[in-house]
Design a protein around this ligand. Structure first.
Ligand code: FPP
Length: 247
């Protein structure tokens, strides 16, 4: 691995944590056990991201489509945030991590929702890394919800359609302060976006890792960042324009 440049760490890293099921299957374990192993990987990667100085880390923990999975798997996936925050909240507070969440929280079981709200509230003054859990989240749903909020504001005369631009619209998304994604990592080897952060990942560099999520660790995150640092981000410009600093 070439050297990681600590002065060029991506501001916002987002992760599609895929491969828990395959990891479990390969060991003759249940899918739920795979998800539990996935939580251990979350712990490691969160600590590594914090140590590397990543400002925003967004983790796809449960998609709006995941509600269609078998009941017992959904029940485990809904229990995991409770167990995770129970254990990790004191350390998050100590580290100054601010926990946030995006997604349709109305669908979450009351216990999961309460734990999440407590974690968000107790860390709200955290000055360091923003750790965002996408829970019951879908990118299209987020955009539709933003449009709904916008229409309500329009009805109240608070927004002039002529003044609407990308920046104004983005302020209606679930977490208005969230910057664009710089690096989007998907583990488990498949090349799909799966309805994740459709708006914020518009210019993300995408890195597919063959590693199954429970096996993903600090060195894999560092490797992904190294690969990112070798890429040329062009935002629609030519290479020559990027090199001459037109952007
Ligand atoms: C996809 O793998 C993964 C999920 C649907 C859930 C991801 C959740 C975690 C890693 C734990 C979240 C932790 C907290 C603290 C909220 P898959 O089951 O589709 O894997 P497969 O493609 O191998 O079947």
């Amino acid at each position: 691995m070439s050297a990681l440049q600590l002065d060029r760490i991506p501001h916002h890293v987002a992760v599609i944590m895929d491969g828990n099921g395959r990891w479990a299957e390969a060991r003759g374990m249940s899918r739920s056990e795979g998800h539990r192993a996935g939580v251990d990987a979350v712990r490691k990667v969160v600590r590594a991201a914090d140590a590397l100085g990543i400002e925003w880390l967004t983790l796809y923990a449960f998609s709006s489509e995941n509600w269609n999975r078998p009941k017992d798997e959904v029940a485990t996936l809904m229990q995991l945030p409770e167990e995770y925050f129970e254990e990790e909240l004191p350390e998050a507070i100590e580290r100054g991590t601010r926990i946030l969440s995006i997604g349709n929280h109305d669908r979450l079981p009351p216990g999961t929702r309460r734990t999440l709200e407590k974690a968000i509230e107790r860390t709200q003054d955290g000055p360091k890394m923003r750790l965002v859990f996408a829970l019951s989240y879908g990118g299209r749903g987020e955009i539709v919800e933003a449009a709904r909020r916008l229409l309500r504001d329009h009805e109240q005369g608070r927004i002039d359609p002529e003044s609407l631009d990308e920046k104004t619209f983005a302020a209606y998304l679930d977490e208005p302060d969230m910057p664009d994604v710089d690096l989007l990592i998907r583990t488990g080897g498949e090349s799909r976006i799966s309805n994740f952060l459709l708006w914020k990942a518009a210019y993300a560099e995408i890195l597919i890792s063959d590693r199954l999520w429970p096996d993903f660790e600090r060195k894999d995150l560092e490797q992904a960042i190294c690969d990112y640092q070798k890429r040329e981000r062009r935002y629609g410009l030519t290479s020559a324009q990027v090199r001459s600093g037109s952007k």
